[in-house]
Design a protein around this ligand. Structure first.
Ligand SMILES: [Zn+2]
Length: 145
């Protein structure tokens, strides 16, 4: 936040950093370097929200976007909280990064809601059928040798 105080980081980039980290802590950590499909070491040139971020030429689905290399660097810096790296980026990378992060967050929120419903239903089934009955509080009696 020191970078923000120095007025070098536009507020929307701080929001982008918050969004990308929020979605990462929810379990959908995007990859901004290695291929999100096969793990092939990056950097790669294509980005696909449904695949989970950067994708190599073999994993690249049709309709993937092709951001500038600086855009991948910026998104990675945002996720790591590298504000010096963020401050060094240009406007084009910032615009691309904002658009891609917004798409990524929206896609995973929409699909995450379905996943959460599924998990929630499973929890209720477990709660309705406890694995063992409640233990009565009779520890002080019933001892015999
Ligand atoms: Zn791949």
């Amino acid at each position: 936040m020191a970078a923000l105080a120095q007025n070098k980081i536009p507020a929307y980039l701080v929001l982008d950093a918050y969004l990308v980290r929020a979605v990462a802590t929810s379990g959908w950590t995007p990859s901004f370097c290695d291929c999100a499909g096969c793990g092939d070491p990056g950097p790669h040139r294509s980005f696909n929200v449904a695949s989970g971020g950067a994708v190599c030429p073999q994993c690249r689905p049709p309709g993937s976007s092709a951001p500038a290399p600086e855009t991948f660097v910026l998104m990675d810096a945002l996720m790591r909280g590298d504000w010096i790296g963020v401050a060094a980026t240009d406007d084009r990378a910032r615009r691309q990064s904002s658009a891609l992060i917004a798409s990524y967050v929206q896609w995973h929120l929409e699909h995450g809601v379905r996943s959460l419903r599924h998990v929630d239903r499973g929890d209720h089934e477990i709660a309705a059928a406890p694995a063992r009955p409640a233990t009565p509080a009779t520890a002080s009696e019933g001892h015999h040798s």
